[in-house]
Ligand binder design. Structure first.
Ligand SMILES: C[S@@+](CC[C@H](N)C(=O)[O-])C[C@H]1O[C@@H](n2cnc3c(N)ncnc32)[C@H](O)[C@@H]1O
Length: 383
């Protein structure tokens, strides 16, 4: 396969492969997304929204951030009353979600707002600049480029579509043996995927989670994601972690009918599976293994409070009432907005595809409105 995309990045990757002989798919993904200045997320290209490559829930309508904030307020009142707390968004992109969360709390609960420090952790300098502009009217936000910069947190850490953007190892199973996919260059300078022995963290991950990999599957094992959840467990002194993203528990993720894995590229609102084209210009993402976040979170001191989907979570927090209000108004604008809100909860769409894992630390008997009614416990929900 020919490598194509941003010339500087393509040249860098070729040089890097030539120097090393071969690089892991994970390293390729890291460079394609995050290489300084030229990577997909680090470049100053519009990615999220109408002029970008895909939409996120936070771009669709402020209701998403408002209902999330409503859940945070319940947590504050129940577990942190009158205390100083922090609300942290990880991988906050252009800052829309954080904006909607802060604005809702400031306008609806000004006395609680005084007690909250907001923190944005965003790796991309370009996205951090956009956020600072968008959020300039709020004076209680700190910005960090890296999760390791976070202080100890008492409060809430949340992310929306962060974990799917974390570089992942690609593996293949052949004749019952698991290999990791590396990339090398052939005589024509084209990328060739080769197989190498897996290293011990991948082996341990498969054993720890009792993953049964079908033969001939090509799929992903995200070691960096479990490093992130372990680091968050260490940073959180007391409170909750909300992870919102598309993905499944292990037993669904590695089913034989997903034998091509879940890696996918987004480019101008279309998707493709050619990771080696449009390098630096297209997003590369994979589904999140929520069993892994839950398991390694528990190993690091977190408690798994619940696992649900976006539709149940948002409806529990009042999305249906919002829809009713809009229908009662009956004007064209309200009708249009109601349609946008429905997108957030559509079965087979964002409503089911997006899951929410909620973990806690040092919270007695955690109970949350967002988990009042949860989906039937099929393989898609059993962690
Ligand atoms: C798919 S975007 C989601 C943006 C936003 N949360 C939203 O809902 O629109 C993922 C974002 O996470 C950022 N990111 C990826 N890995 C990160 C990390 N380790 N620390 C902080 N930010 C990260 C990327 O730069 C990107 O802005």
């Amino acid at each position: 396969m020919k490598l194509s995309g941003k010339t500087e990045l393509v040249e860098y990757i070729k040089e890097f492969i030539t120097k090393k002989g071969a690089i892991s798919f994970r390293d390729f993904m890291e460079i394609a997304l995050y290489y300084p200045y030229y990577g997909y997320y680090t470049s100053d290209k519009d990615k999220i929204g109408g002029f970008g490559d895909y939409f996120t829930s936070s771009e669709l309508d402020p209701i998403f951030g408002q209902l999330l904030a409503k859940q945070f307020i319940e947590i504050y009142q129940r577990y942190f009353d009158k205390q100083q707390t922090q609300i942290v968004e990880l991988g906050s992109g252009k800052g829309y979600l954080l904006h909607d969360v802060i604005r809702y709390i400031k306008e609806s609960y000004p006395e609680i707002y005084q007690n909250i420090k907001f923190i944005s952790v965003e790796k991309s300098d370009y996205h951090r600049q956009l956020q600072k502009e968008l959020l300039k009217d709020f004076d209680n936000i700190e910005y960090f480029p890296d999760i390791s910069d976070l202080p100890k947190i008492k409060g809430i850490i949340y992310s929306n579509e962060l974990f799917d953007a974390i570089p992942t190892h690609m593996i293949k199973v052949r004749d019952g043996k698991v290999y990791e996919v590396y990339l090398t260059l052939d005589k024509e300078d084209e990328v060739v995927e080769i197989e190498r022995e897996i290293f011990k963290e991948i082996r341990r991950y498969i054993e720890d989670l009792s993953i049964e990999l079908p033969d001939n599957i090509t799929t992903e094992i995200n070691i960096d994601a479990i490093k992130v959840i372990s680091m968050l467990a260490d940073k959180l002194e007391k409170g909750f972690i909300f992870t919102i993203d598309y993905g499944y528990p292990s037993r669904e993720l590695y089913k034989p009918y997903r034998n091509r894995g879940t890696l996918i590229c987004y480019y101008k609102h279309t998707y493709n599976e050619n990771y080696y084209q449009n390098v630096g210009l297209q997003d590369i993402t994979s589904h999140v293994n929520f069993s892994a976040l839950s398991y390694y979170g528990e190993k690091s001191g977190l408690k798994t409070v619940g696992f649900t989907d976006q539709a149940h979570f948002l409806v529990n927090l009042g999305l249906a009432e919002e829809l009713n209000n809009l229908y009662e108004k009956g004007d064209y604008k309200s009708y249009e907005r109601a349609n946008r809100l429905k997108t957030l909860i559509l079965p087979k769409g964002m409503g089911e595809k997006f899951k929410i894992l909620i973990q806690s630390k040092n919270i007695e008997n955690p109970q949350l409105e967002g988990l009042k009614i949860t989906p039937p416990q099929t393989d898609r929900y059993k962690l």
